[in-house]
Design a protein around this ligand. Structure first.
Ligand code: MV4
Length: 449
């Protein structure tokens, strides 16, 4: 096992990883930018190393400074958290060359699933269903038109290098297909320096179901069941839960087994997520792999009783998985609400500033993952998430009741947060009945506001 780990991230996930290291009896160092210099979690690490100014491009994204910090700290491994360098295969490769263990998948597996085109090819090889599409990258307008006429409009143009909805265009006829192709290509070229695009049948109001997997360095892969992440707005998830409501047992088994096949085909180890879209008839289609620990990992931890960060560390240290598939069970229901420093009244604009009062909820079945305390100043440089409020109860009905109670107890002053919107969501018939799809918020919830 490692003696000392460097945490190459900030905020709640930095604190989450610091805690996991402490729980495993491992020393921990953490990097920070000057914008985070007063963050209280820095004191919980054995060492905190400044790596530059506020902008992430000058600190949390600077590979050479992070490697230097690991060397100064004498850390044998780096945990990248999520975002920043977590899915950067070049960073994982540099860690390897510097003899520092990257706590995540191998660089080769990251490359194998790193763009939609390659990931889809791999899925097909592993007999995992994909959305009907232009087999591979689009090479001409004629090819695009032919495909669109074959499967019928609407179709979706996707940037192969894109993620989280970036570089996507819906086309409903030949005209918008050709103009959408050109603009998607341009956007992808400037955003990802890779203008490759592909075409898919556009699914109508799909649900977003993702499967958590864990693999070790010996080729063992298990799944930890699914999360339903359909409740999102402009590709920002608001609520996640496990297990997914209204998912027939047979469909669940098939999706989870497909995710394991895909991970095995990629030579994947560590924690990862396979994302699927689910249509109205419960047909599922693989869309992409997230080669990192995700924001919403706690709901899976609560229902399975498995600490995913600890497992990532053990796997990186070369330990074998300590459970077989049949040992992993889903217990009860867990729901997470992302609490963001945003103003719902002002089109969800980030609401930076000092938190003058922070009074979190408590009681049985409540977990709050946050780095925030009263007096904390939310820096303007980063993601606006300030806390994840997670509840775990024997049933989904009870989980919703406890979430409503917890949101009511939660008092934040000095900044605007998404707490009021979560209170509204928890009252809607769609959420209560587990009928939410990825278009719910924009189609109906915000329509009347
Ligand atoms: C789709 C789709 C409909 N049809 N692909 C959005 C982000 C990226 N991960 C894939 N996304 C979608 N792909 C086809 N063929 C609808 C979405 C989509 C979506 C997916 C997951 C979660 C939220 C979403 C919100 C809007 C659109």
């Amino acid at each position: 096992m490692f003696q000392r780990i460097l945490v190459a991230n900030r905020g709640e996930i930095a604190l989450r990883v610091i805690r996991a290291c402490r729980d495993l009896g491992i020393e921990v160092a953490v990097v920070y930018s000057t914008a985070d210099k007063d963050a209280p979690y820095l004191k919980l690490a054995d060492q905190a190393i400044c790596i530059g100014p506020g902008p992430a491009t000058e600190s949390y994204l600077k590979i050479d400074r992070i490697i230097a910090a690991a060397e100064i700290a004498n850390a044998q491994a780096i945990h990248p958290g999520y975002g920043f360098l977590s899915e950067n295969s070049k960073f994982a490769q540099i860690c390897r060359e510097c003899k520092i263990e990257f706590i995540g998948p191998p660089a080769e597996a990251m490359d194998a699933v790193g763009n939609k085109d390659k990931a889809k090819q791999l899925a097909k090889k592993a007999k995992v269903p994909t959305v009907p599409g232009s087999d591979g990258l689009l090479t001409s307008e004629e090819e695009a038109l032919k495909f669109a006429h074959l499967v019928g409009y609407p179709v979706l143009i996707k940037a192969s290098a894109g993620g989280g909805g970036r570089g996507m265009r819906v086309a409903r006829n030949d005209i918008t297909l050709l103009s959408g192709m050109a603009s998607a290509k341009q956007e992808a070229e400037s955003a990802f320096k890779d203008g490759s695009i592909l075409l898919e049948k556009y699914l109508d109001q799909p649900r977003h179901i993702e499967v958590q997997i864990l693999g070790d360095k010996f080729g063992n892969v298990v799944h930890l069941y699914e999360r339903d992440c359909s409740l999102q707005r402009r590709h920002q998830k608001l609520v996640e839960e496990s297990p997914a409501p209204n998912l027939p047992e047979k469909v669940r088994d098939n999706i989870c087994e497909a995710a394991v096949r895909l991970a095995k085909a990629a030579g994947y180890y560590s924690a990862g997520t396979c994302e699927f879209l689910l249509d109205k008839d419960n047909n599922f289609y693989f869309i992409e792999v997230n080669a990192r620990i995700q924001v919403e990992h706690p709901v899976t931890e609560l229902v399975t009783g498995i600490d995913l960060i600890r497992e990532q560390i053990r796997i990186a240290a070369g330990e074998k998985l300590r459970f077989r598939q049949r040992d992993i069970k889903v217990n009860g229901s867990a729901i997470e609400c992302r609490i963001n420093a945003e103003d719902p009244a002002k089109d969800f604009r980030p609401s930076a500033g000092t938190i003058t009062k922070w009074q979190p909820p408590g009681g049985p079945g409540i977990r709050l993952d946050t780095h925030v305390v009263t007096g904390y100043r939310v820096p303007p440089n980063y993601d606006s998430m300030v806390a994840k409020l997670i509840v775990h109860q024997p049933t989904r009905v009870e989980a919703i009741a406890v979430m409503r109670r917890a949101l009511r107890e939660f008092t934040v002053e000095g900044i605007q947060t998404t707490i009021p919107i979560h209170q509204e969501i928890m009252k809607t018939a769609e959420f209560i009945n587990g009928k939410v799809d990825t278009t719910f918020i924009e189609r109906s919830f915000l329509a009347g506001k």
